[in-house]
Design a protein around this ligand. Structure first.
Ligand code: BGC
Length: 674
């Protein structure tokens, strides 16, 4: 029987009940018509099973690195594998839809959920989201691409209106959704809590129907963020099919609107059709699921991901890796070395299986050759890190007697969370003080930061030789971190967000977080590096930055054709050689710069990227393809993507500010408007 027939056999009351959840995380079943209930669970970096009352069931699942860490891998293949593993876990745990990926743009470093999001760059966020969705859905489990759209702060998220101009929406805030929807066809999309230009996203027909469905071809259903529906009738008309969670008023509200002629049976039926198409797609996919997973191998995958995520930001005098030639004694300082911060808090928080301790692995790797002295120093809690004078003195003494000091600091789990933003981009003052005191004792200090988003390091960055950004790398991140510190693997993580010098330098400063009713995105398209590069601002670490223990040389740039027409594919090839002494991975980045344009364009924009794994002395030629999108901007008066004729510079970089090769291509546009 097809879906239309099933709908024709429903009573009108049954129709209304299907459009709202059965409880917190399940949909309504109608047995007599063979309609099953489907189960939703958070996401995105682990499967979090909640019992009906909202209590976390004591169900352990593998805690993978959070999205901001996964983004630092710049590796869609790895993100796809993690998605696949999550899909397997969902299958085994009876979950039909995983609420993720979160693909919102990092507009400000302060957003409490930045750890759940990928990047400040729409291409990187979009490609990684697409890979994640492919991985999950390949296992017969639906993904829920969230939160559509312009949900870039937690402050006042339930009612704030993100006021964004059309060009910024298209080029920045919608773009990752567009890429993911077109490439990987998610089965569901979750709307955001906030208003967009005055209209709640849950009631916004222009985005949920006209853009998402009619333009991008989305054929799944839209689910509300939890309790994001304010007016069920408006939201249904806007193409929001499933209201979550259960709302005891919804069915009655819909019924009344129907009886008064405010919604038609056709509108109800077509919403049900979109919903049930996916419900049946999911129920028939259940037979494809493995029904079990290997927690140990998923832990191994989580470690592999962490190894590629951990980002070496600074390494003066090659202080890292720690080797027995460089150090006989190492002081390890800070509770995070023993109990790492592996994730942020809120609906994504997972009950992890085994959590690897960095210290344990450090002790193993140090063996008998290197003496390790550990000082706990602080005890993390919500009110700060308690550091006693006695504890600090002990740590300073250990630092004084060591060849290398490794200080572990970061944001504990509740500090970066859903529902509120960070108040500052700085570490706790206690941590800053500790770094300053320790580095004053011993300049050979390395700081390891566990956090989900950029940190202001201005108070201490010049006082230390090394900085390793460990991100929130999930349950296996601890051993990965120790292995990077001790050189078992060369770091290859690169920032997927700019690390500004101070919050006052950031593009949204002054307009974020708005006035409680609205938040004006007056920086427009100039988010992240687009802003810093266009206006030539100093940054602490640029977008795409990350050091390695080896070195890479770029050469032989070839662009073909050198003169192309709009719509032609342009192929960019070049060689990368590992010129250092050890195996390593390198992420290469291709930026396009429109040399002359009638409208303001960012100084450069990421348009392609890739990653290679090279042994010492090994060289590879790599190719990247650019299509029309790489040269187009969204023209607000045409209300369409537009390419202008002219020269476009092609910049190949190891980071956005470390450009190694330059070339250009001449594009002849189809329509040049004067
Ligand atoms: C969050 C979503 C999450 C949902 C269900 C909401 O508060 O914003 O990301 O999927 O809860 O837990």
């Amino acid at each position: 029987m097809n879906v239309k027939d099933i709908i024709s056999r429903m009573t009108i009351e049954e129709k209304f009940t299907l459009l709202t959840g059965k409880n917190n995380f399940q949909t309504v079943a109608i047995e007599r018509l063979g309609i099953p209930s489907i189960a939703v669970s958070d996401g995105p970096h682990g499967v979090r099973i909640l019992e009906d009352g909202g209590k976390v069931r004591a169900c352990k699942a593998v805690c993978f690195p959070t999205s901001s860490a996964m983004a630092a891998t710049w590796n869609p293949g790895l993100v796809r594998s993690v998605g696949k593993a999550l899909g397997e876990e969902c299958g085994a745990l009876g979950v039909d839809i995983l609420a993720g990926p979160g693909t919102n743009i990092k507009r400000t470093p302060l957003c409490g959920r930045n750890f759940e999001y990928y990047s400040e760059d729409p291409l990187l966020a979009g490609e990684l989201s697409a890979a994640f969705i492919e991985g999950v859905q390949g296992e017969g489990v639906g993904a829920s691409l969230k939160h559509f759209a312009a949900n870039n702060q937690e402050f006042d998220r339930l009612q704030i209106s993100s006021e964004v101009d059309i060009r910024a929406l298209r080029e920045i805030y919608f773009k990752p959704f567009e890429i993911a929807v077109r490439k990987s066809r998610p089965w569901t999309v979750m709307c955001a809590y906030n208003r967009l230009n005055g209209i709640f996203c849950s009631e916004n027909k222009s985005i949920l129907n006209d853009i998402l469905r009619d333009e991008w071809g989305f054929d799944g259903f839209v689910v509300s963020d939890w309790h994001a529906v304010h007016d069920r009738v408006k939201s249904l008309k806007a193409s929001l099919e499933l209201e979550m969670p259960f709302n005891d008023k919804s069915a009655a509200v819909l019924k009344e609107a129907y009886e008064k002629g405010k919604i038609t049976e056709d509108e109800i039926n077509s919403a049900l059709e979109r919903l049930l198409n996916i419900v049946f797609r999911i129920s028939s996919a259940r037979s494809r699921r493995l029904g079990e997973y290997n927690a140990e191998s998923h832990h191994g995958l989580a470690k592999e991901a962490a190894l590629e995520a951990i980002t070496l930001l600074k390494n003066e005098d090659m202080i890292l890796p720690v080797t027995k030639e460089k150090a006989k004694r190492v002081a390890v300082i800070g509770q995070f070395a023993m109990e790492p911060a592996i994730q942020g808090s809120g609906s994504s928080r997972v009950i992890p299986g085994n959590v690897d301790s960095p210290l344990e692995r450090i002790l193993e790797l140090a063996g008998n050759d290197i003496e390790v002295e550990f000082s706990l120093l602080y005890d993390n809690n919500f009110n700060g890190a308690d550091i006693s004078i006695k504890g600090l003195n002990k740590a300073m003494e250990a630092a004084m007697n060591a060849d290398i000091v490794i200080v572990f600091v970061g944001n504990y789990t509740d500090y970066e969370a859903e529902g509120y933003d960070r108040r500052t981009m700085k570490l706790l003052p206690e941590f800053e003080n500790c770094i300053l005191r320790v580095s004053a004792q011993n300049p050979n200090t390395v700081v390891v930061v566990q956090a989900g988003s950029a940190i202001d390091m201005s108070a201490w960055i010049d006082k230390v030789k090394g900085v390793v950004f460990a991100w929130f790398t999930g349950q296996a991140g601890g051993s990965a971190l120790a292995e990077i510190l001790f050189g078992l693997a060369s770091p290859s993580g690169k920032t997927a967000e700019t690390f500004p010098v101070r919050i006052e330098d950031t593009p949204a400063y002054g307009t974020y977080p708005g006035n409680g009713y609205a938040s004006w995105y007056s920086e427009g398209i100039m988010t992240g590096y687009r802003y810093y590069d266009t206006y030539d601002k100093d940054v602490l670490f640029p977008f795409g930055h990350g050091l390695s223990y080896t070195a890479f040389e770029y050469s032989c740039l070839r662009i073909s054709p050198e003169a192309a027409s709009e719509g032609d594919t342009v192929t960019v090839g070049f060689k990368i050689r590992n010129s250092g002494g050890i195996r390593g991975k390198e992420t290469f980045q291709l930026y396009v710069r429109d040399m002359v344009c009638k409208v303001l364009r960012p100084y450069k924009e990421l348009k392609a990227f890739g990653k290679v794994d090279l042994g010492p002395g090994e060289e590879k030629e790599v190719f990247l393809k650019l299509d029309r999108d790489a040269f187009a901007y969204f023209n607000a008066s045409l209300n369409a993507w537009h390419v202008e004729s002219g020269v476009f510079q092609i910049l190949i970089g190891s980071s956005s500010r470390d450009i190694r090769l330059k070339g250009s291509v001449n594009i002849k546009a189809l329509n040049d408007f004067s």
